[in-house]
Design a protein around this ligand. Sequence first.
Ligand SMILES: O=C(O)CCC(=O)C(=O)O
Ligand SMILES: [Fe+2]
Length: 244
Amino acid sequence: MTPQEGHQRVGENVTKGKPDMHEAIDSPCYSPIEPGRYGDLAKPMEGSNLLNYPSNFDVLLENYINLLGDLSRKIMKGVALALGAPLAAFEGGTAGDAFWVLRLIGYPVSADILQEERTDIGCGAHTDYGFLTLVNQDDDICALEVRNQSGEWIYAKPVPGTFICNIGDMLKVWSNGIYQPTLHRVVNNSPRYRVSVAFFYESNFDAAVEPVEFCREKTGGVAKYEKVVYGEHLVQKVLTNFVM
Ligand SMILES: O=C(O)CCC(=O)C(=O)O
Ligand SMILES: [Fe+2]
């Protein structure tokens, strides 16, 4: 299947040139984009992207997406307060119409993957693209690893009833590096199929994100990162993350 049709088979997602040992239902599950709304910027992602899910799974997903959108907005308000920014810093043109992506990901047991297709990485090391990600992972499998400041990979151990919250690239740029995106990867060495649900909360699709003045002032006065149009960043990442 192509990414537009929504299911990625094991090995189709690629991180830094290497196939990832996971499968996912994902590309269909992001904010719908009306054709023409962002001109050429969003062309590869336009249109209705909903699959025909069995039973009432789409209703369930929609509820989940709404709840996690609300939760993400609350967390972003907390981030604004922590930075000394106005409470509405992430509303309006920045994230008032936040783009979101939901991925339902499955990591098979190694022995179940054809030997000639197998690698040892479920998802290669990367940072997420937007403001933040809320990961809901299986309660009893340690597989998500994050790199700490000493450069060691440590487990982000599942704590039942909680989400892992990753910081994404856009928050790094916006805060001029005060918030750093955490490098993470997934290695499923357990004898069980692992499932995770990742909700990515982003800026507006067409937002031009750059270090804001008061964060620059707190960090030496100079912008450490260039302005990024989120949609361009995403489309470029999506196009390089699939084997076309
Ligand atoms: O499966 C996980 O725990 C994390 C997945 C992930 O990092 C991603 O899809 O960006
Ligand atoms: Fe990630």
